[in-house]
Design a protein around this ligand. Sequence first.
Ligand code: HEM
Length: 456
Amino acid sequence: MPQVIVRPPGPSNLPIIGQLRPFRANPLEFIRKATREYGDLVYFRVASQHLYVVGHPDYVREILVTHQNNFVKSRALQRAKILLGEGLLTSEGEHHRRQRRLVQPAFHRERLAGYAAAMSASAVRARERWQTGSSMDVSVEMAKLTLSVVAKTLFSADIDAEAQEIGAAMTTILELFKVLLMPFSEYMDKLPLPATRRFQKARARLDATIYGLIAERRSSGIDAGDLLSMLLLAQDEGDEMTDEQIRDEAMTLFLAGHETGANALTWSWYLLSQHPYAERRLHEEIDSVLGDRPPELADLPNLRYAEMILAEALRLYPPAWAIGRKAIGEFALGGYDIPAGSICIVSPFVIQRDPRWFPDPEKFDPERWTPEAREARPKFSYFPFGGGARVCIGERFAWMEGVILLATIAQKWRFRLGQGQQVEPLPLVTLRVKNGLRMIAEPRVAAPKNSLRVGT
Ligand code: HEM
């Protein structure tokens, strides 16, 4: 007798394709609606894949922490190996544990301190490029800015030319990557198709640059204080990383380290433009803490409101809007047996907009981030950086970068939404703004003291 599998509730699946069409058309809305309609554990099928979406923080912990050894990353990240090799984001098991140990020191507090100046300097350069009244796509500007930050902190300030070259090759690769994620695309890797060839060419260019940098740094023996030097210095019981491993980690940090941060800042500017009270409070904080000078590391503890804005932007628009895992063995969740091979989706977007943890969830309210309010909420009601052994290694870097860039730019500029601009999320690998975010740059006039009014 074949075993009968009892599935949690969910939308009824069409023969063969299941929920393929609506899921593909708008996965974000689909999973959100499904958890609202069917509860905290929802089942549906996308073609032959069995998907489980969870809507409760306890289930998030079960997947990301309690049963973490029962999971591997889902297909998109496994496909990403053609670019990232066996770097932190894509590797599994013992290899991942070893690499994590080796890379971790690059993100220690003392090491991060050295990156603050590079962040501030990049933001100052960016804000000097803009002109009064100019209309610009803020998402493009933020992408350029976080790319320059990660290029500087990863490979050092004196290699601007290579950083640009790497940025350009990376853009080509990311565009082509969409094609390489399509169903059956595994077979395309072997065929001489134009997209495959362009991808391979861009990857080869990027590899040449990165291997060149590794060789140069190895022969000079200098600790430049950047992430690349840390990777070269990393040792594990007398065992250091090979050039190929360093290449994979450098490529991973480069990719994981800029797109998400650009997203978070883009959404922050949008939200600030819609909430004048929060914008004014941010300006007051900047004026009183910094005056006219750019922020330094020591200012971070005093830029609390900037951090609360960022936290709230990451709640409403988490860049990593869904985290997928594939079960390697059967396991129990919420009273159901989930078979091996199932895909589990935990979505910060869905859970962070749940009124049980965030009353009036659609409302932008930085006050949710006072220490008392944070304490009152369950763990994993907010997890923009994931959790468990695969939690984002760059989380501290990201908070520091976010606050420094936000403060440095808001010192001189505010952004108004362009006329007729519709703002909608676009759930790609990260949560982008559909069609970009066109805004007008206005120079900022310092807020007069005591101008705060509650409830605007
Ligand atoms: C706002 C900014 C960021 C967000 C929202 C974010 C989010 C995340 C999330 C959710 C994960 C876990 C993915 C999973 O479990 O499948 C992750 C992993 C990772 N992130 Fe970030 N990230 C950010 C910034 C950064 C930065 C600045 C870096 C590096 C400089 C970075 C490097 C990584 C790496 C290497 C991993 C893989 C870690 C591992 O599996 O051991 N991220 N990130």
